[in-house]
Every structure is written in structure tokens, then in C-alpha cells.
Design a protein around this ligand. Structure first.
Ligand SMILES: Nc1ncnc2c1ncn2[C@@H]1O[C@H](COP(=O)(O)OP(=O)(O)O)[C@@H](O)[C@H]1O
Ligand SMILES: [Mg+2]
Length: 286
């Protein structure tokens, strides 16, 4: 990458500066589970994440400005506007799962939202809720209340991020539901541009940033199978791994099954054959 300066590595992405205004985000095939990056790659996973994000970015511009400038022919590199990222993760939940379910069970609330009594795990919420979290530099993100998040970013920014996050989630959840996928929850990252405008950044509405459930298997009252990572999770549970570094190597059937599920999520949601995307990533932008 002769034209780019390496800025850093996330769990999944490599970040490069193209110039003062533009970044290159390169999505690797790394997979993490329980916040641990596993030693085995899932071929094409980075392409799926990049293509899906671009697909949503192209379709949600009327809801919210985003950082996407261009996709590179490799299908895993996104040229984007460089933003100053907000120090919160903007989580929207449409269903009761994960830490939301845990919090509800002990307090009847999720991040300060009081919910009806008697809800079951994986139930659909009466309406989507905004449940921000801190951006942990290492380890797990921590849920915070709206007041705490507003203190971190300012009350007006907070209200704007909440409104946009819910609108984005609602649009995508309806879109996905019609194609057989429940987006149970998702996480957005916003930043501000040079003019102080709020802009959607990072990846958006991918299996890595969201809980995708197969709609035809939806059965509240317990945890739902994950559309994409279930093979990996089941395998990790079987090995008795203690969920700290280093994670286990994945066997070839787990790799193949997981790759197939990522590709299936891409094809179901976009209606575009993955091979077409690999030949020409810009098909997602139409
Ligand atoms: N437009 C942008 N400007 C600046 N930083 C960004 C932008 N979009 C995404 N980022 C940051 O790039 C990183 C993406 O790499 P990733 O591997 O997803 O990291 P993480 O392990 O934190 O999830 C994140 O730290 C994210 O906040
Ligand atoms: Mg990330």
C-alpha cells in the first residue's frame, strides 16, 4: 500500500491514512468470538463485511450521511472520510438478547429503559431501544445509561445519535425481515466531520456488528442460533476453551460452514450473487 500510512489495527480491520481527509479501511478475514480473535481466518469474510456495509451505506443516505467514498476492486478496502469518532458505541436493540437480556432479568431495565414485565429471552421489544455502550480499548464494551452517554458526547449529539441509530435500525430490520433475516440488534459508530456534522462511520449492519437470526427458526424463550457464528460458537463450547487468548484453531468444516453462512447472509440481504460482487464490488452501490 504505497500510497497509504498504516495508522493501526483493529480486531478485524487495518486502518490506513490516504491523506488528511481520507482513510482506507481494509477488512481482513479475521474472526473474533467472545472478543478474542481466533488464529484461523474465514476466507472472504472481509469481503462480505465490506460489501454489506457498502450496500447499506448506499441505501441509507437519505436517513443519515456516511463515510463511504469508494470501494476498491479487491472488495475488502473502503475509502472513506476521516472522522473524529464519538467515544460511544450506538447500540440499537429490537429484541431481548445478550447483555440486554441479562440486564433485564436482574433489573427489569436495559440501560435505563424500563420494559414490560414477563418478557422472555429473544422476545421482540415493543419498540427498538437505544442502549449505548462505552468503547472499551480492551475487553468487553460496557452498557451505560442515556445520561452517562449524554455526559460523554453532549446532550444534543446524544439525541441526534439516538434518533439516527433508531431510524437506521428500523429501515434495515424491515428490509432484512422481508428477506428472512431478523436483525435482533446492531451497533453503529458515528463520528463528526470537519464541519462538525454527525456522520455514520465504521462498518454498518453486518453480521459482525449485529445479531442476525434466521427468521424461519425464530423461537423466543431461549437464545437463538446465530446466523453466522453458530458453527464457531458450538465448536468453541465443545473444546471447553476458557474464552481468553489464545483461541482455538478452527477445523476445516467449521471454516467452510462459517464462510457459507457469511456468504448466504450477503446474498440474502443484497440479492446479489457473491461471485458478482467479487468481480465488481461496485454492484453493491446501485
Ligand atoms: N471514518 C472513520 N474515521 C476514523 N476512524 C474510523 C472511521 N470508521 C471506522 N473507524 C475506526 O476504525 C476501526 C475499525 O477497525 P475494527 O477492526 O473494526 O476495530 P475494533 O476492533 O475496534 O472493532 C475502529 O476503531 C473504528 O472506530
Ligand atoms: Mg469494529
Amino acid at each position: 500500500m504505497a500510497d497509504a500510512v498504516h495508522l493501526g489495527s483493529g480486531k478485524v480491520r487495518e486502518l490506513y491514512a490516504l491523506d488528511a481527509e481520507r482513510l482506507l479501511l481494509v477488512a481482513s478475514d479475521r474472526i473474533s468470538t467472545f472478543d478474542v480473535v481466533l488464529p484461523t481466518d474465514i476466507p472472504d469474510k472481509g469481503r462480505v463485511l465490506t460489501g454489506l456495509s457498502a450496500f447499506w451505506f448506499a441505501r441509507t443516505r437519505s436517513i443519515c450521511a456516511n463515510h463511504l467514498l469508494a470501494l476498491r476492486p479487491d472488495g475488502r478496502s473502503t475509502e472513506c472520510r476521516r472522522l473524529s469518532m464519538l467515544p460511544i458505541e450506538c447500540v440499537v436493540r429490537g429484541y431481548l438478547a445478550g447483555s440486554g437480556w441479562k440486564d433485564y432479568r436482574t433489573t427489569g431495565e436495559v440501560c435505563g429503559h424500563r420494559l414490560p414485565a414477563g418478557m422472555k429471552e429473544s422476545d421482540k421489544l415493543p419498540a427498538p431501544i437505544f442502549t449505548p455502550a462505552t468503547k472499551a480499548t480492551s475487553g468487553h464494551d460496557e452498557n451505560i445509561t442515556g445520561e452517562q452517554a449524554a455526559a460523554l458526547v453532549g446532550a444534543e449529539r446524544f439525541a441526534e445519535a439516538e434518533r439516527l441509530s433508531i431510524a437506521l435500525y428500523q429501515f434495515a430490520a424491515d428490509y432484512a425481515r422481508a428477506r428472512g433475516i431478523i436483525i435482533a440488534d446492531t451497533k453503529f459508530e458515528f463520528g463528526t466531520d470537519r464541519d462538525g456534522r454527525l456522520v455514520l462511520g465504521d462498518e454498518a449492519l453486518t453480521p459482525d456488528s449485529s445479531r442476525f437470526w434466521p427468521a424461519d427458526q425464530y423461537a423466543p424463550g431461549g437464545p437463538q442460533p446465530s446466523f453466522d457464528k453458530q458453527y464457531v460458537r458450538d465448536f468453541c463450547e465443545k473444546t471447553g476453551w476458557n474464552k481468553t487468548y489464545p483461541g482455538p484453531e478452527l477445523p476445516i468444516d467449521v471454516v467452510r460452514g462459517t464462510r457459507a453462512r457469511y456468504v448466504e447472509a450477503f446474498e440474502k440481504l443484497t440479492g446479489i450473487a457473491f461471485d458478482r460482487y467479487v468481480k465488481d464490488p461496485t454492484v453493491t452501490l446501485g
